[in-house]
Design a protein around this ligand. Structure first.
Ligand code: PMP
Length: 432
């Protein structure tokens, strides 16, 4: 009897490291989009199919007779995949790589990031995060016991009445330098950056690299959108800058690279002195990701290695197609007065909702940032799903960025047309 009286636990069950990180934008907005949206330009995934060569490779791996592909593979990455990733990144970085020690395969870029923070960040360490940022960096730093230190990209509106570009959002060099101290363990760089689509220039990367070297700081370089750059811009890998290889972990994603986000295959590339510790985290948490998905991604990379730089390469074709989609969405938004910030990369676009404020009035002193209210209203009343920009800012800075929402344009032409129809109709209703 005494046992049954005690069956309900009264002591706290939540580990302290989860305090304050239990709210998550995606849980709420993915549900809203599923419930209300007619057109979903919210979460970042393509609604067009992954390329045939990739899905065919998956089918072959699944039923091609090698039954061992249904079993465990090497913990730190299926051999064919780490080998081809090493070959591929040797080309990109211009240095020799050992597939066994310089590459590790993860469950998406998400788990790659988790391994980085768990393996490299200690209690009391500071980690610099550039705002706006992919939202999981902050809770991941906190779960590792670290303290995030935020530095914003600051917008400089163009004077000539042109549309703003993601390149107009820049770091203030003095402000950035002021965030580095002896407590700084790492900086997270995300270029091309979600949500803005900013592609950091060589000069900007040089500045970050110089500070990393000066203060002996690591760089966690999230490059999941490395192939998605437009207008002839070039993605520069910070690991290729002087003094940076030894202190940088490159994070990548087959989901983003091959338009197959559900496969959850990601990787890290970097020096063994860093990766050896990521392997410890990986080994003691997930062990490895699905063998068949790794086999298929390996074949995808093999194809891309053969076609490298050629017009048939998926890494050449995909950005071409996405640039066209970006331009369609830019045009739609611009024509209704929801001013887009033209992205140089990624498949996201941030737009200014100031001119639509009369439709969704602000509630003074509300706990909820205006852009959250706007995005919720829009999906419920117009059927169009997007993500509020302030979700990509720290608590302290959220309130400075509540006039923007983020759209994903990795969508079929028909989806983007349907979004345009909604926007045009809305505009008409406003003016009539
Ligand atoms: N980094 C960034 C910047 C992302 O946008 C995403 C996906 N939204 C990830 C990492 C996670 O990638 P994956 O789906 O491969 O886990």
């Amino acid at each position: 009897l005494t046992f049954s009286l005690q069956a309900k636990m009264s002591r706290p069950v939540q580990a302290r490291r989860l305090e304050g990180i239990d709210k998550n934008i995606w849980v709420e907005f993915v549900k809203l989009a599923a419930t209300y949206s007619k057109v979903n330009l919210g979460q970042g995934f393509p609604d067009f199919p992954a390329p045939d060569f990739l899905t065919e490779a998956f089918t072959r791996a699944l039923s091609g007779g090698n039954h061992m592909l249904h079993q465990y593979t090497r913990a730190f990455g299926h051999l064919p995949l780490v080998k081809v990733l090493a070959q591929f990144f040797e080309k990109l970085l211009g240095r020799d790589l050992d597939p066994m020690t310089n590459v590790m395969v993860t469950v998406g870029a998400y788990q790659a990031l988790f391994c980085c923070f768990q393996a490299l960040v200690d209690e009391g360490d500071e980690v610099i995060i550039i705002e706006p940022f992919f939202d999981c960096y902050e809770p991941m730093v906190k779960m590792a016991g670290g303290t995030p230190v935020f530095v914003p990209l600051r917008p400089n509106p163009p004077k000539d009445g042109k549309l703003m570009s993601s390149a107009d959002w820049q770091l203030d060099p003095a402000e950035l330098a002021s965030k580095f101290s002896e407590r700084t363990k790492a900086i997270v760089l995300n270029s091309p950056n979600s949500p803005l689509g900013k592609v950091f220039s060589r000069g900007e990367l040089g500045l970050i690299a110089e500070l990393c070297v000066k203060h002996d700081v690591l760089c966690i370089s999230d490059e999941v959108y490395e192939w998605l750059v437009y207008d002839g811009k070039q993605h520069i890998r910070i690991a290729s800058l002087q003094g940076m290889w030894d202190r940088t972990v490159i994070v990548g994603s087959a989901g983003k690279t091959f338009s197959a986000t559900g496969w959850k295959v990601g990787w890290v590339v970097g020096p063994n002195r860093l990766l050896q510790h990521l392997r410890t985290v990986h080994q003691n948490s997930v062990y490895h990701c699905a063998t068949i998905a790794q086999e298929a991604v390996a074949q995808g990379f093999q194809r891309e290695l053969t076609l490298y730089g050629k017009p048939e390469s998926y890494f050449v074709q995909l950005p071409k197609e996405l640039q066209q989609k970006r331009d369609w969405l830019v045009q739609s938004l611009d024509s209704v007065g929801m001013k887009p910030i033209v992205p140089e990369g990624t498949y996201f676009l941030v737009a200014d909702i100031s001119q639509f404020k009369s439709d969704v009035p602000d509630v003074p002193n509300s706990d909820e940032p205006y852009d959250y209210r706007f995005a919720k209203w829009m999906v419920k009343n117009k059927g169009l799903a997007a993500i509020p920009l302030s979700a990509f800012y720290s608590e302290a800075h959220k309130n400075n960025y509540t006039n923007f929402i983020r759209f994903c344009f990795a969508k079929e032409e028909a989806t983007l047309k349907a979004a345009n129809d909604i926007l045009q109709k809305w505009k008409q209703e406003k003016t009539s």
